[in-house]
Design a protein around this ligand. Sequence first.
Ligand code: TXA
Ligand code: MG
Length: 353
Amino acid sequence: MVTQIWHVDSASPDPTAVNAAAAILRAGGLVAFPTETVYGLGANALDAAAVARIFMAKERPASDPVIVHVHEMAQLALVAVEIPPLAYILAERFWPGPLTLVLRRAAVVPASVSAGRDTVAVRMPGHPVALALLKAAQVPVAAPSANRFARPSATTADHVREDLDGRIEGILDAGSAWIGVESTILDLTKTVPMVLRPGGVPVERLREMLPDLEVVSRHLHITDTQIEAPGMLLKHYAPHAELRLYAGTAESVQAAMQSHAAVVRRDGRSFGLLLPDREAGAFRPQPDVQFSLGDTAEEISHRLFDGMRFLDQNGVQVILAHLFNSEGLGLTLNDRLFRAAEGRVIAADDDRM
Ligand code: TXA
Ligand code: MG
């Protein structure tokens, strides 16, 4: 299959391209498109055969449910049932935007979308190209991130091509996704609302409205005392290189990373850094491949997955990174880094290291 690429303006996409992509979706095909978080791989959410193709193209296990994207509230009521008033309050506040709500699934949505659960994850994306596509398609669109399973999420059309070229009908290319990390997933089917995945909407902003909010515990317990938790998590977002993820005081982390880098260098292996620019600039020995991650949490979120892919493409064997202060987007960054390191965190303060 030849994957067609439509280059479109991110603020006002050419309707001809959008309509062509929408027609493919309606006919059961797969189209990747930009959202404000990451690129999504879309299929008609009401068409079980089309949804099955998403799992095949991504090599994604059928046990991992996908998010349904809508462009208007009427579509929310189509895909979910028993919608609590809180869902509308949150939607009013955060949609269109990087918040996904888990609700009771309507029968019209094939069970395969939700990996057999009786719930459905729904969001209204904030990117004009995504909204234009959804509107033109006139159907809700199931869309996981547009990467091969267990690879870093795609934040540009080039990333999508790298993973899915020849496996999908088309890609709407509108430059890089804005936020760079996926949406926050909030489960409203539990007695107490629970964040299943931290994302583009910081947990603190949800807590302003939901004081009892719970956050899936593994995201809270990323502390410097956690040395290893292998096998607890699906391999996810992982670069091919070995990602060494450190935690501890700034000084001890810096010292541990630099001494490991010296060992890597001595052994004739190559390394790169996924560190804020202010730290990377002073790092010795200097990395074999440079990547600028920026300095603010927003910049780092925007570039994190790109950085993993870039360092991989340039053949580094080891990537050094550390956890961040877990406020705001820091919690999201830590979650993605933690998963990319397959749940292994190196405690820099620990002299058993
Ligand atoms: O920002 C995003 O959320 C991006 C863009 C494309 O919208 N999408 C995304 O999808 O990140 P994906 O498939 O990579 O991650 C979806 C995750 C699943 O891995 C699962 O953890 C959760 O959403 N999920 C989906 N449906 C669910 C459900 N019914 N119950 C609980 N979790 C669900
Ligand atoms: Mg994903």
